[in-house]
Write a protein that binds this ligand. Structure first.
Ligand code: NAP
Ligand code: MG
Length: 498
């Protein structure tokens, strides 16, 4: 059994301009372990003055950082990756304690993926050789990439460390400086990363600033600060506010928002891959995944047989102590989230759905202290119901039968969201037809919720704007500078005879 680790401090300050300091008004928040209810630490809550001080520091640092050579920035990203890898077990345990997600996921997915993310961007910037050609008129067309400036980045609590990597790696790679806000529910892992980066003196002061605090305060202050771009991952509701703030300033924003993704199971699917695919879709990270396969569409030709097997599998899932390597599902992030999820189960029942498995909070013994839920499936669901249209953000899948390809594509697209999706079949042509028919940014075939660096991830429709985890995001953290050079020896004859 993995043991809780000792935090480097019980009171975390803000990291501004290379220094740790309390909030200017002394404000703090508490963060808790959702599996035990215990308080883990106090964290500073950034005031507007703190955010503005960080913006000034980041602006000052930008001039030097933007001019570092690509090989140097690449080496710095590799150094950060190494530091994370060297401290992987420690950071994974902190993430598990602060968030409630199982240690098998933090050590097996969140942290290694974050390491790889820094290495990926360290590599792709070395490969960018720019572009130049000669245009009509004998003009040499130099297309240069310049860093954008100071970026404000805000991420949610569901993958605190991995979302930090998705944001920080490309911004630093592009030569930008950062104001970064984690969720107040889960700030510890990125604070520990900043400590490790500071101790190893990897980044110049002001390049990375960590501004902890609530969204309503510190988050809003970042929207008002002197930044050149906003990058956000979170709910569609808050995403709209980010986009509005960016519009006011005429600065770009990238948005990774919510989802209600379709996970489609055809009768010709490999049954073992399909059974795993349901769990990967809706139980991974306790279902708190933006791209969760939360609408489970099942071919009517094998609905009864498939449901029987899935229900059996769901009953076997080991829910428990997140630090236990055997645990498959840990705690929901907090009581508020747990109440929201249970309320949706209730709403579903009122709408006519039936609970096929789960549906209850776990309260016996050690469960009583934490926010634990049973893996849950709702059957007798119509795609028009609220439980099929709204993001539940928990281990609650809704199961809907379908007749044929056209039927399932139509229902899959009947959603305001378009983030993820899955197709399980042994017929590759069918898989590609369905993948092409669903209006969504990512479709997995015969697997679900894999997030390798190098594959672009992002939403259609209300699921967002932009693609992360791929080199194309560097464009969103850069400006394009064009230099046109006249290669003619003599004037062209417009005003001066050549
Ligand atoms: P949220 O309420 O939108 O919060 C996300 C972040 O924004 C948090 O850091 C939050 O701070 C902050 N925030 C809240 N209100 C703000 C405001 N008015 N101004 C500035 N910042 C503000 O989302 P959540 O409920 O924590 O996270 C779940 C949502 O994220 C889901 O909808 C999920 O689908 C989405 N998500 C999307 C992706 C993706 O890649 N598309 C990935 C993960 C999650 P506090 O938490 O401290 O209040
Ligand atoms: Mg916490």
């Amino acid at each position: 059994m993995a043991q809780p680790v000792t935090l480097s401090t019980k009171k975390y300050d803000l990291y501004i301009d290379g220094h740790w300091r309390p909030a200017s008004d002394g404000a703090t928040l508490e963060t808790h372990n959702p599996a035990t209810g215990e308080k883990l630490a106090d964290i500073a809550e950034a005031s507007q003055a703190d955010v503005d001080a960080a913006a000034v520091a980041a602006r000052k640092a930008f001039h030097g950082w933007a001019r570092t050579g690509i090989p140097e920035r690449s080496a710095i990203l590799l150094h950060i990756a190494d530091v994370i890898e060297d401290n992987l077990d420690y950071l994974a345990a902190i993430e598990t304690m602060d968030n409630g997600k199982p240690i098998r996921e933090t050590t097996g997915a969140d942290l290694p993926l974050a390491v790889d993310h820094f290495r990926y961007f360290a590599g792709v910037i070395r490969g960018d050789e720019g572009s130049a050609n000669v245009l009509p008129g004998n003009l040499l067309n130099l297309i240069l990439r310049e860093p954008l400036g100071v970026v404000g980045q805000i991420v949610p609590w569901n993958f605190p460390f991995l979302m930090a990597a998705w944001k920080l790696a490309p911004a630093l790679a592009a030569g930008d400086t950062v104001l970064f806000k984690p969720s107040s529910a889960t700030s510890l892992s990125v604070l520990e990363l900043a400590r490790l980066i500071a101790e190893a003196e990897i980044l110049p002061p002001g390049v990375l600033n960590i501004l902890t605090g609530s969204g309503a305060k510190s988050g809003e202050y970042i929207l008002k600060a002197d930044v050149d771009k906003l990058a956000f991952t979170g709910s569609t509701e808050v995403g709209r506010e980010i986009a509005r703030a960016a519009a006011e300033k005429i600065i770009p924003s990238t948005l990774e928002l919510g989802g209600k993704s379709a996970n489609v199971f055809f009768a010709d699917a490999d049954i073992d891959l399909a059974l795993e695919g349901v769990g990967l879709g809706i139980l991974f990270n306790q279902g708190q995944v933006c791209s969760a396969g939360s609408r489970i569409f099942v071919d009517h030709a094998f609905y009864d047989e498939f449901m029987g097997r899935v229900v059996d599998e769901f009953k076997k899932v080991r829910v428990g102590d997140p630090l236990d390597p055997q645990t498959q599902m840990g705690a929901q992030v907090n009581e508020k989230q747990l109440d929201k999820i249970l309320n949706y189960v209730h709403i579903g029942q009122e709408e006519g759905a039936t609970v096929a498995v789960g549906g209850e909070r776990l309260t016996e013994g050690a469960y009583g202290k934490g926010a634990f839920l049973e893996p849950t499936l709702l059957a007798d669901v119509d795609n028009k119901m609220r439980v099929a249209q709204e993001e539940i953000f928990g281990p609650v899948g809704v199961v809907i039968p379908f007749k044929d390809e056209d039927d399932v594509i139509r229902m899959a697209n009947d959603s305001v969201y378009g983030l993820g999706g899955g197709v399980f079949t042994n017929d590759i042509s069918k898989a590609l037809r369905v993948a092409g028919g669903i209006r969504t940014g990512r479709v997995w075939v015969n697997t679900y919720n894999q997030f390798p660096a190098g594959a672009p991830f992002g939403g259609y429709k209300e699921s967002g704007i932009g693609r992360e985890t791929h080199k194309s995001i560097l464009d969103a953290y850069s400006q394009t500078k064009n230099v046109l050079v006249n290669l003619n020896k003599k004037p062209g004859g417009f005003y001066v005879e050549g």
